[in-house]
Design a protein around this ligand. Structure first.
Ligand SMILES: [Zn+2]
Length: 437
């Protein structure tokens, strides 16, 4: 901010700091907010009142903190105050969701791809149908930030052009323009790589919280990656940074869907695991991978060596990435999160012979926490960014206040009950889900 910033821009900046803090951390007492932002009690009170009038936060439930004194009012993000519509186009399924402030999933539809409908035009029809029903579920009083779409592809973020989606078989398709035309109503449409968005979600609410330098690697059909450097997602000059699945690890390996030989994806992707176990599955079946991991956990003489071999290649690839990026944390998503306990000792052994000591000492590897919804939540983060940067985009309603929503907000209470704590706690919660047969 410039030293001559106007009072309005200072206020907007402070509103942004407060809304972002609550969006990431969930419910907080006003005194903890004051400590986190270095602001006075009265400044926090004014900012909460402003965000409350815009419907973006709720206040209530006083909590008595460790020290004696007045109980402090708890403030939390209002999930229905501002929402994003999000969609996830993956090789096996299509999903659409409504995600509110705080990453709360308010509506979720996930359906298997209809048989032989992976072609671009058909997929767009199918995903638009899901998006329409997601939009219909949004409460009338919610402010809609935009539509965020995730897919396993190299995407130009400026206009949502999909350069290349090897596992969907798409090349140079104008997904962003087409969806924006069909959805209409001037809603911003933002499109990004699914693993980049998974990284953002895990960094904001999951296994990556608190890590300024993070590598996220997710494996299902393909292998995707996302990087957070100095607290910010690494996008790259052409928007396709983080394509770790296509780093060559094995020059003597097999041909990848991208055309190259021995990409990391051909060694640690789901199909590679099935191939090593001699599975006769045609194509990629998530259920077959889950079954194989269960068999390996029991010590099955075919499944276990296949999993261990994938673990070795996981260590080979991670070693290179850790040497280049020196992350604090590596988060493993997709089937790698389930596989991690079986291969941790193998991966660590590979890292010990590959990674420079200071980098090895700093890094911690954790399975992802958010599950299959991470990409939908990351897509929401993409769409909500403009509001988080400038909360005044959401209009204030005269007479509305953060306190009006909560019964008994004026009544000091002791510690919140476990039930109340679970309702107001940070992190996403799935409210509805439908799975089509
Ligand atoms: Zn490749």
């Amino acid at each position: 901010m410039s030293p001559v910033a106007s009072p309005e821009s200072v206020r907007r900046h402070n509103l942004s700091l407060l809304l972002r803090l609550l969006h990431q951390s969930g419910a907080m007492s006003r005194s903890d907010i004051g400590t986190a932002l270095g602001m006075t009690r009265s400044t926090i009170g004014e900012l909460v009142a402003d965000l409350g009038a815009r419907g973006l936060v709720l206040a209530g439930d006083r909590v008595r903190l460790g020290s004696p004194g007045r109980p402090s009012l708890v403030v939390r993000p209002n999930p229905e105050g501002a929402v994003a519509v999000t969609a996830d186009i993956s090789v096996n399924s299509l999903s659409a969701a409504v995600v509110g402030l705080g990453g709360r999933i308010l509506h979720l539809d996930r359906v298997a791809h209809r048989p032989r409908r992976l072609a671009f035009e058909q997929t767009v029809e199918d995903i638009l149908e899901l998006i329409k029903s997601a939009q219909a579920s949004i409460p009338a009083h919610s402010w809609i930030a935009g539509l965020g779409i995730a897919l396993p592809a190299v995407v130009r973020r400026a206009d949502g052009l999909v350069h290349f989606a090897p596992n969907l078989g798409w090349r140079d398709v104008r997904l962003g323009e087409l969806v924006a035309d069909r959805v209409g109503s001037g809603l911003p449409v933002l499109i990004a790589n699914d693993a980049d968005l998974g990284a953002v979600a895990e960094h904001t609410w999951g296994a990556g919280v608190g890590a300024s330098h993070l590598i996220y690697v997710s494996s299902d059909v393909g292998v995707g990656g996302g990087l957070v450097i100095d607290g910010r997602p690494l996008v790259g000059a052409a928007g396709c940074a983080g394509e770790v699945g296509h780093v060559q690890v094995n020059p003597m390996g097999v041909r990848c869907r991208c055309g190259a030989i021995g990409c990391w994806e051909t060694e640690i992707g789901g199909p590679a695991l099935l191939r090593r176990a001699g599975s006769a599955e045609k194509g990629y079946q998530p259920e077959a991978v889950a079954r194989l991991l269960r068999e390996a956990a029991w010590g099955d003489p075919v499944a276990l060596p296949a999993v261990e071999e994938v673990g070795r290649w996981l260590g080979v690839g991670l070693g290179g990435l850790i040497n280049v990026f020196n992350p604090q944390r590596v988060v493993l998503g997709g089937y790698l999160s389930t596989m991690w306990p079986l291969v941790e000792h193998i991966v660590q052994a590979e890292l010990r012979v590959r990674v420079m000591a200071p980098a090895l000492e700093t890094v911690e590897i954790r399975p992802a926490q958010l599950g299959a919804e991470a990409t939908l939540q990351g897509a929401a983060e993409l769409a909500l960014t403009r509001l988080l940067d400038d909360p005044t985009l959401a209009p204030a309603v005269e007479g509305r206040s953060a306190y009006a929503f909560v019964r008994g907000a004026q009544e000091p209470k002791a510690q919140p009950t476990p039930q109340a704590a679970s309702q107001t706690g940070p992190g996403p919660r799935v409210l509805t889900e439908r799975r089509a047969g």
